[in-house]
Structures are given as C-alpha cells and as structure tokens.
Design a protein around this ligand. Structure first.
Ligand code: 9Z3
Length: 317
C-alpha cells in the first residue's frame, strides 16, 4: 500500500476548527521566548485516533496514556526550557499526572458545617502535594508552558507543522521531543462515511492506508536547525535497534529513543549516529517512583547544549 505525500495529506485534510486559535497561541509563545533567548522544547504526547466516520462514533486508537510526554515536560521545565506540551486531549498532563484517578480526592478532608464547610489537605498529603503545586505555580507564573491538544491523527499533523513553523525562528535553540504514539495508518477523507456505520449493511470491511512520514519534511524543511528526537516503539526486541538505526539513517536527525511496549517505563535505549546508550531503572528505583524520563531528558539536555553551542551565531533579524 503506497502512502500519499505529506503535501497531499495537507491539501486533502482541512485544518481543525480551533486551528487558528492554536496557531496564534503558538506564535505568541515562541516569539516571547525567542526574545529572551530561551530554549523551547516541543513535547508531543499521547496517542492519535483514526475516525471511522466523519460524525465520529467509532475510531481506531492506541495504548498511549501520555505518561512519557507528561513526565518529560516537567523535567524540561526543571532544566529551564520553555515547553510546548502538545498532547492528546484527556491524556496525562504535567503536574496533574501525579494525582490522576482518585488520588487527589484521597488527599482531602472535609468538615461539613453548612455554609462554612471547609476542605483541607490531609497533613500527611501536604508533603506530596506542596512540591508539585509549587512547581506548577512557578511554571504558570513564568508563562513557561503552553498546552495545545489534538485528538485525530490529522489534527496532530496540522498542529505539528504549525508548531514547527513558529519554532524555526529559534534555530538550534529548539528541541523536538516526539513522544506521541502517532498512528501509522489512517483512512483517507474521501473513504470515510459521513454518518454512523450501520450494522444492517453487514460487517464493514475497513481498509487502512499508510500515513505519510512527516519526519522527512520536518527535519529537512520545517525545522532544519533544531535538535530533533523521535521515538521508536516496538514489541519485538530483535527489531528495536535495527529500526531505530534505520530511522536515523533515513531522516538524519539527532536521536531515536528506542523502547519496547512491555518495558517502556523502566528501559529505553538512546540511539544517536555516534552511539547507543541504554538507560535502565532498578527494581528499587521503580518502587521508589523514580521516573525514567528524568534520565532521558537529562541526557538530551546535555547533548542539546553541545548542539546549540556548536551552531553559528544567528544573523541579526
Ligand atoms: C514512544 O515510543 C513513547 O515512548 C510511548 C510512551 C508512546 C511508548 P506512554 O504514553 O508511552 O508513556 O504510555 N512514542 C513513539 C511511538 C511511535 O508511534 N513511533 C512511531 C514508530 O515507532 C513513529 S516514530 O514507528
């Protein structure tokens, strides 16, 4: 099955309805941080959907919860980066990820006294909540994080290109950290029915097509000076490193973070043209709640510093 070109994809698929609003937000964020000479990272996070109907009742989805992306965004902020957090709507977000599910409510006490009812944080939860709340408040007060969201694979691509257009001005000070689990397959617009598929018409046969590889124009045309990190997910260990190397050879970007579905939260391999470096958390570290993203981001920040320092000084604008 051949894939359409990326140009054709954008020509056929219309931008999402909130696209212009997001584009303005991205532009303002990048210009503000560019003025101060800050580094900006685009962190993509979570899975994309492939709608089976235009008025979407059903869609193809994937496993990603946004654990990697949301944790990584926090570590980039800690390292002084401004962060564009481009995530799947309703997936995990930085800071609130620590209290997903019932965890936040379990930290609270309520004293019911009619109109004077008070809600307090349980004393033993203050130590857990306070550091996260402080980092959250600091990031927001500094305007250091911008949240933009997508749901479908087409929305993801429109936002990705718009973010790149704004980041291009930063040259080597921009990092792209493409951790989202983006569908490799989709149904072209003209093959998607308008209304809910009816079971009375029999079992549908759904043909998926290949999504164009956006990493090619991204690296070569959209952000040619940026430090680009892509992610490679496999389920078969034997394919992992060969496919990560093949991606580096093909797209000529800076790094592939290779991970297996089954072990992704405690083992990754950072594959660069020069080397590969395995990062593994011990059982004790996993138990103690250490995030592997802390080490991944630490290493990328170190390598990015060399990349940004090595780049020629920007021409005055
Ligand atoms: C990743 O490999 C991420 O590490 C995960 C993180 C999605 C596994 P979670 O959100 O998982 O923490 O649950 N992302 C990229 C996966 C991907 O779709 N890569 C494609 C490929 O491998 C395109 S580069 O071919």
């Amino acid at each position: 099955m051949t894939s359409s070109s990326w140009e054709e994809f954008f020509a056929v698929h219309l931008p999402p309805t909130d696209f212009e609003d997001n584009r303005s937000l991205l532009k303002e964020f990048c210009e503000r941080h560019d003025q101060y000479g800050n580094k900006i990272v685009l962190v993509t996070s979570g899975g994309t959907t492939v709608p089976l109907e235009h008025n979407t009742v059903r869609f193809v989805d994937n496993f990603s919860a946004g654990t990697r992306g949301s944790a990584s965004a926090e570590y980039f902020l800690e390292q002084g980066y401004a962060v564009i957090f481009m995530h799947r709507q309703k997936s995990l977000e930085p800071f609130t990820r620590h209290f997903s599910g019932q965890k936040l409510l379990d930290m609270l006490d309520i004293q019911e006294r009619g109109p004077n009812t008070t809600i307090t944080v349980k004393p033993d939860s203050v130590d857990v909540l306070a550091p996260v709340l402080l980092r959250y408040k600091a990031a927001h007060a500094a305007g250091a994080i911008l949240y933009v969201s997508f749901t479908t694979v087409s929305e993801y691509f429109w936002l990705l290109r718009a973010a790149c257009e704004c980041l291009a001005n930063l040259g080597p000070r921009a990092v792209l950290y493409l951790a989202a689990a983006v569908s490799d397959f989709y149904i072209p617009k003209d093959k998607v029915p308008t209304h809910k598929m009816q079971s009375g018409s029999g079992a549908p046969v759904i043909q998926l097509h290949l999504v164009p590889k956006m990493l090619a124009p991204l690296v070569n045309l959209w952000v040619p000076e940026a430090y680009v990190v892509s992610f490679k997910l496999e389920t078969d260990e034997n394919l992992l490193i060969p496919k990560a190397r093949a991606a580096l050879d093909k797209y000529k970007h800076k790094m592939v973070v290779a991970n297996l579905l089954q072990t992704r939260h405690h083992r990754v391999i950072l594959v660069s043209p020069e080397a590969s470096q395995e990062i593994v958390l011990t059982r004790e570290e996993v138990h103690a709640g250490v995030d592997i993203e802390s080490a991944i981001v630490g290493e990328i920040v170190r390598l990015h510093a060399h990349h940004a320092d090595a780049a020629p000084a920007p021409a005055p604008r």
